[in-house]
Write a protein that binds this ligand. Sequence first.
Ligand code: HEM
Length: 441
Amino acid sequence: MYKHRDPIFGLDLILKTGLSIKNNSFNEENFARFDLYGPTFQGIAWATQCINSIEPKNLASVLGGSDWGVQEMRLPTWAPFCGAGFLTTDGEEAKWKRSLLKPFFHSSNISDLSLMHAGLYQMMRMFPKDDTAFDLQPLVFDLYLDLSTSFLFGEPIGALSGKCPQHAKGFVDAFQAGIAGCGLRMAVGPLRHLIPNRSWFEACKKSHQFADYYVDRALEHRARYLAKQKEADPGDGTLTKPRTLLIKMAEVTGDRKLLRDQIVQAMMGSQDTTSVLICNVVHLLSRHKDIQRQLQTEIISLGTKDPSFENLGRMRYLQAILNETLRLHPVFPHIARVAMKDTILPSGGGSDGKSPIFCPAGSLFRTSIYTLHRQTRTYGPDAHEFKPERWLDKSFMPGTYEYVPFGVGRRSCLGKHKAMMESSYMIVRLFQQCHHGMRVN
Ligand code: HEM
């Protein structure tokens, strides 16, 4: 049991957590707490039982089972921004809403790297022509804003070129303020009612206006699509080939509000994910010359040609680098759930810490993926070190609930293969461009 100063509401730990987020020490403090209290410890958050666990058996029960959800935690706070889509609902409703997205992530839709190719070249043209150092991160973030709006809505918003279309002006800032507002309101729990809402509501409204511009276009497509369906399919693919995630969903539902909620939530799910992974890879490689050299060798074997979807999947060392980066620096370092009904966790209770724990409906569950991925019992004494080679060892195989950078179970990441392919492509192309490797600066 966590030693609370405030054992009724748990305000001490809530405050500590807030400060650690502010000071960028959230992951390290979580790690230290698990080190002190063991793989499962209980605490209090807003007068509610909260189980913190990195015990694989518990993760299997929570993430792999159906007793734990997110709706109670997210919907009341996030609804003004992103409504009731796949990220804020549970059970059959969430399953159906997720199924609206799923077909668009099929490999046939994500294997075309031509969009990436064009965006990447646009970005690389912005690199300094001489050997001067430059900050890659803002360029990658802008590139990804363009790529994700292309994937979701059908066109880039001109983040890289700086030529933003009229309807998208102010959208990026509003969207980021919208997400930040959701995070803040969830963190302060019942105190959220005390936060002034005006600027957040404005950010929500601006984000909705942007999304609605595309939703209306998708609904026009839907009308044409339904009309055509009544005729015979021309058979040239124009009737069935989805062009964007939004259009694909609009072929199934004409509910304007639902389409907006889903697309705003899809944007939330894909925001700052692949771009963060790419920047983390570059950061780690720039500090490990030996690993860079080995990667160069693998890349040189490709020649100068553009790597294909199939070739990228076969680059074992590159894939090991990505796995290792996601292990040490998971893009989502923390996952939380709430018990939808009275339930039992298999481990962490009793005086020995091994007995089951009873969790009444409404209990919170939190896991630290960052801590889970650094356990010496799974990864050995060098668990904190960047060693891609460990993934090449055939005897090394973390369990399903010991390595979860993309989540697991009914809410696992739909964008996993897309993100891995795009990161692979980007890293290879960056290395082909920077013949002298990358240096820390
Ligand atoms: C390196 C990149 C990425 C990482 C590490 C990542 C990680 C994750 C994780 C950990 C979850 C599970 C969250 C939970 O259990 O609460 C998740 C869910 C999801 N991700 Fe990703 N993601 C990445 C990129 C993307 C991209 C690019 C997209 C879309 C284009 C995407 C779409 C989704 C969706 C739709 C879900 C399902 C959410 C749900 O059903 O509740 N992800 N992702």
